[in-house]
Design a protein. Structure first.
Length: 218
């Protein structure tokens, strides 16, 4: 089974957590695209979705799913999204697709976070995948210097502007033993919009696509 087939298995398995008549939180990325395809098969049974990116919004609308602004929705029963890395405590690194801030906002209003991944994303210690940090442009150099002081090697993601008009620093060389503490440290830096550590709001359910199908951990 290819990596894409494993992503598809995870994406389609998440459909069982979607309640009829609900508004569904939808993330961003290649695994989530499979979930959106699955969601399209029941577009007439849900009220709509709240999306974390322009790309996902366009795909949802193409399938006839109404997309609500996050400000119109007080809470979501589920939010389905992928991860770039996830540890056994269900803490995640996200933001490889540069949508981390909107993803964190949608996750914050969701009662249940369903993380869909293929098996390559599971790690014991977060940090092998460079940690994305969304930064207001004028703070880029300052934040980069501070990230070096915290033990990282930040690299400006050239040519990338987030949906919010900001830039991304990808922090290499980390081994994040205390994800919640590190999330707080980076978020406290002036000019940081969001760090792509999802530890304070980790996953509630992890669906992993494997060669034998989807494995669910609740």
């Amino acid at each position: 089974m290819t990596q894409d087939e494993m992503k598809k298995a995870a994406g389609w398995a998440a459909l069982e957590y979607v309640e009829e008549g609900s508004i569904v939180g939808v993330g961003t990325g290649s695994t989530v695209n499979h979930f959106i395809d699955a969601l399209g098969t029941m577009s007439d049974k849900i009220k709509g979705a709240v999306s974390s990116s322009i790309a996902s919004t366009e795909k949802l609308e193409q399938l006839g799913i109404k997309v609500f602004d996050c400000n119109e929705v007080a809470s979501l029963s589920v939010y389905v999204d992928g991860a770039d890395e996830i540890n056994p405590a269900k803490d995640m690194i996200k933001g490889g697709g540069a949508a981390l801030t909107r993803e964190k906002i949608v996750a914050a209003i969701a009662e249940k976070f369903i993380c869909i991944v293929d098996g390559t994303k599971a790690v014991d210690v977060l940090g092998q995948f460079p940690l994305p940090v969304e930064v207001i442009p004028m703070a880029r150099s300052y934040v980069a210097r501070e990230l070096v002081r915290l033990g990282g090697d930040p690299v400006y993601r050239e040519g990338v502007v987030t949906d919010n008009g900001n830039v991304i620093l990808d922090v290499h060389g980390l081994a994040i033993d205390s994800p919640k503490q590190f999330e707080d440290q980076v978020n406290a830096l002036a000019g940081v919009v969001t760090v792509g550590l999802f530890a304070h709001r980790g996953a509630d359910v992890v669906i992993t696509g494997t060669p034998n199908g989807a494995k669910i951990e609740e």
